[in-house]
Design a protein around this ligand. Sequence first.
Ligand code: PLP
Length: 387
Amino acid sequence: MSVYLDYNATCPIDPRVVEAMAPWFSRRYGNPSSRDHVFGWDAAEAVETARASVADWLRMCRDEIVFVSSATEALNTAIRSYVGFTNCSSRKILTCATEHDAVLATVRYLSCHTGVGVEILEVDSGGNLDLGRLSCSLENSPGSLVAVMAANNEIGTVHSVRDIADITHAAGSLFLCDTTQAFGRMPLVLRSDGIDYASVSAHKIGGPPGVGALLIRRGLGAQFHPLIAGGGQEASRRGGTQNVAGVVGFAHAASLLSDEGSGTIQKLRSLRDRLEEALLSEIERAWVNGASSNRLCNTANIGFAGIDARILIRDMHDIACSTRAACSSGDSGPSHVLKAIGLSDEDAYSCIRFSLGRFTTEEEIDYTIDKVVKSVHKLRRNKSIRM
Ligand code: PLP
């Protein structure tokens, strides 16, 4: 058996999504910007139908959705657009130590190269932000950009999005929320949650990689600078011919999620709890990282004291899980998220992220529990013999 528990890195593409995309790799190949023939009209209609489905799923308006290549691009666009519009000497970007590198690397770069002020807020041991601190930091910097994710990709901690939005808006600032891991895994509605800009990635919801969306709340359009200029695609908000097959697949994945409703969230939470409870009860000196209650339903980040997680993963070989975010798995240092919640280097290297998804079964979870328990016990035994 081979078990895939790395859904926070990427999800298997639903076969129904592949089927919906297939014609766009063969007989339907027009450029959506070709206004002079039926192939172009066909493609343009497919892009707009996809936009309507994604908007429906997110309970937004079509003109609030800009198709891009990834959540990384969406986040870069929002942040760089803000800096492009800002008098950098008076405003700043506030973000959080556990954000994805799509945000952290971008703000660090901009701080060096544009002089925009950047403040990176610390979190507590559960990965929670101190909202009082956020409020104080915003006090003297109206017109700032607050970039805080809805849910963390490594430890699953869910931030109080509505509270962050209220604090941000009360200070006359804008709220960019990295919602890449959140959609389909927790209830979230951009408008009622007070989010100004957000990111979505198709491959995190069962769609194809290479496509995503930047969500821009209506009314903010005037304050927007495209990251990629060129053609007038996406209402001049993102140059470049749209990935028609990609947006069709994205929209199909979104509509499948809408059909499933909240049943998947409940199923995932119960499988995740089954995994955590069994591992904590059968393995001594194991702990769960992240907030105890406010955590993504599909994410279990578990530490096994004294174990090198990379060796453990290799030893289990048919369980696909990870030590950290896929995009930073080549880094040699410990995870910045685990360091931010206060773990020592040694403990940070002992943690594994299991992330579940809609195809995960109870049988797979039980198989995983058995494998992890046996491997941890074996590695600890071997270590004590060597010592
Ligand atoms: N933000 C978060 C929280 C993520 O988990 C990821 C990907 O893992 C990204 C952004 C980047 O997403 P993409 O792969 O679409 O660039």
